[in-house]
Design a protein. Structure first.
Length: 94
């Protein structure tokens, strides 16, 4: 690696030293956690993105964008997703 380029972990570590960046980074945690859980549930259910989309009445491309964090799901969408896996969405403030 050249002295001009840093690897991701080094860039991340440096960026998170800035309190504003750290605050914004921490605020994204629940979103990434929710998306990770959706992917986990879909895979455990042996469901393709296309099958999941059909159950939700949407397109496979929308599921792909969701899983890539390119769109932010609403609470309604998350509750609907939870229901197709026999789960209930729970939102809590701690």
């Amino acid at each position: 690696m050249s002295k001009y380029f840093k690897d991701y972990s080094e860039l991340r570590r440096e960026a998170l030293k800035d309190p504003e960046v750290k605050r914004e980074y921490d605020l994204l945690g629940p979103e990434y956690e929710a998306i990770g859980k959706i992917i986990e549930l879909r895979i455990k259910s042996k469901m393709t993105q296309k099958q999941m989309a059909k159950k939700l009445g949407t397109k496979q491309s929308a599921i792909s964008r969701l899983e890539k964090s390119l769109i932010n799901p609403t609470l309604y969408s998350l509750a609907k997703i939870a229901s197709i896996f026999g789960k209930k969405l729970v939102v809590d403030f701690k």
